[in-house]
Design a protein around this ligand. Structure first.
Ligand code: 5AD
Ligand code: SF4
Length: 473
């Protein structure tokens, strides 16, 4: 962490200030936000729930797609109109993440009331930048192209005590032609295996029951430091720490090795679920996207995964309306989605990102055609998701409880091993009173599924085990 200026009582200027974190975008951003939360808390600042109460508002933003950007601009403009949270303390707005990295000068110039802009390579400098801003009232812009800062060693405050994100790589070397990430997050860097395992062990000792390993492409983990991918070794070693549930994102299909599939099947903590972005089902478009696999490669991979982990739930990312996509190309995507039978898919309408090769390619479809394709794809995914959930009707699923259902506080909500959302009425204790949700959150319960809808399962809690590993497999 960078040195922090102090006031004349020896306290950090951040001490006693209130702050709010707002995160738009991917899991990597979510995790960066947890690190910032940890640093500001360590400096004595207090997190609050609304912008009105906050002396400092930190936006962590993503520029992978246009929408997050538009939301950011809207929010920051609204913020400029709010009265200060505490008398005589102008609110400081800080913007970081991918947009900070890419658009630093523009943000500081065009958005009213922005006090600090920082990039993806210098998270650790944020407390110092905030203090400099508080001290001088001047906008602080600090963005570096690359740095040796090891953001992963910064303190982190977890949003949930039972779940942790664990970054294993940062950056990306793939240069998919539509994607801005390699330009804003830099080249792929892996953390040493021992460091990952040590952090996982600490998390387990701290009560974490589920870890999600993070990287833009976890499958190429280790190439930069070991000369070959050692992701399978990561799964096996983290699996040894006693963690109950292990997930990871994101996997690039071109780098998913058979030894990794074997580790997924053999390590009991690895959950039967995989996010495997396909982006398109057309070989012509995959080639234009620089994805380096064909639909046949992808379908072959899915077959090998299903052979090794028969009940695996697959999810994906798909882009609709990539430049030059024809109706024929799109039908290949629909066909692939049906063949794979995705449990879930994140579907995106292509948006050109300045500086990427695809932004120079010609768009041949109209808005209406693209919207129509998008709607048809969503309908297919709803069908496949619905079908995936029907398989679990009547089964007992082990569920990690995440809290009360947002719609009905008398229901608990959690995730199955396959990452399905599961709801159930709060169970009774031996004396016949409802167990409060606070006692169940972060624990495992068994739910017998009697309803399977497109996006969730529901049923009755049949056991409150505190066991390890998987149930009902
Ligand atoms: N337009 C639309 N979707 C995009 N994604 C990445 N870049 C773009 C873009 N320019 C999607 C991809 C990726 C996900 C995180 O965002 O599907 O997997
Ligand atoms: Fe972007 Fe492709 Fe890297 Fe994913 S693998 S972050 S889509 S360049």
């Amino acid at each position: 962490m960078s040195a922090q200026p102090t006031d004349n009582r020896g306290l950090s200027l951040l001490s006693g200030r209130t702050f709010l974190m707002q995160t738009f975008g991917c899991q990597m951003n979510e995790h960066d936000s947890e690190r910032i939360d940890g640093m500001l808390t360590a400096a004595g600042a207090l997190e609050v729930a609304t912008a009105e109460e906050a002396d400092i508002v930190v936006y962590m933003t993503c520029c992978v797609r246009e929408r997050a950007e538009e939301r950011l601009y809207g929010r920051v403009s609204t913020m400029a109109g709010l009265p200060p949270a505490h008398d005589g303390r102008p609110r400081v707005v800080a913007i970081g993440g991918c947009i900070g990295q890419r658009d630093a000068e523009r943000l500081a110039r065009d958005l009213p009331g922005v006090g600090v802009v920082f990039g993806t390579h210098n998270l650790g400098q944020l407390p110092g930048l905030l203090e400099a801003q508080l001290e001088t009232g001047k906008t602080q812009v600090q963005v570096v192209e690359d740095s040796d800062e090891d953001a992963t060693s910064l303190p982190s405050r977890r949003e949930q005590r039972w779940h942790a994100w664990l970054p294993i790589t940062s950056g990306c070397n793939n240069f998919c032609t539509y994607c801005i990430v390699p330009y804003v997050r830099g080249r792929e860097k892996s953390r040493p295996l021992e460091e990952i395992v040590a952090e996982a062990s600490l998390l387990v000792a701290d009560g974490v029951r589920e870890i999600t390993l993070l990287g833009q492409n976890v499958n190429s983990y280790g190439r930069d430091i070991y000369g070959r991918s050692r992701f399978a070794d990561v799964l096996r070693a983290v699996g040894e720490t006693g963690i109950e549930r292990l997930r990871f994102a994101t996997s690039h299909p071109k780098d998913l090795l058979d030894e990794t599939i074997a580790a997924m099947a053999e390590v009991p903590a690895v959950m039967p679920q995989l996010h495997l972005p396909v982006q398109s089902g057309s070989n012509r478009i995959l080639n234009l996207m620089n994805r380096v696999y064909t639909r046949e490669d992808y379908l072959g991979l899915v077959e090998r995964l299903r052979r090794a982990v028969p009940d695996i739930a697959l999810s994906t990312d798909i882009i609709v309306g990539f430049p030059g996509e024809t109706e024929r190309d799109f039908e290949d995507t629909l066909d692939l989605a049906r063949q794979v039978g995705y449990a879930q898919a994140f579907t995106f309408i292509y948006s050109p990102r300045t500086g990427t090769p695809a932004a120079q390619m010609e768009q041949t479809a109209t808005h209406e055609q693209i919207q129509d394709r998008f709607d048809r794809l969503v309908a297919v995914i709803q069908d496949t998701a619905h079908a995936c959930n029907q398989v679990d009707l009547g089964t007992v699923q082990r569920v990690l409880v995440e809290g009360a259902s947002r719609r009905d506080p008398s229901m608990l909500s959690g995730r199955s091993e396959k990452n399905q959302v599961v709801h159930a009425p709060l169970p009774m204790d031996a004396l016949g009173s409802q167990i409060p949700i606070e006692r169940l959150t972060g624990t495992m319960v068994d739910v017998r599924v009697d309803t399977a809808r497109t996006w969730y399962l529901s049923g009755e809690v049949v056991a409150l085990p505190e066991g390890q590993g998987r149930a009902n497999r």
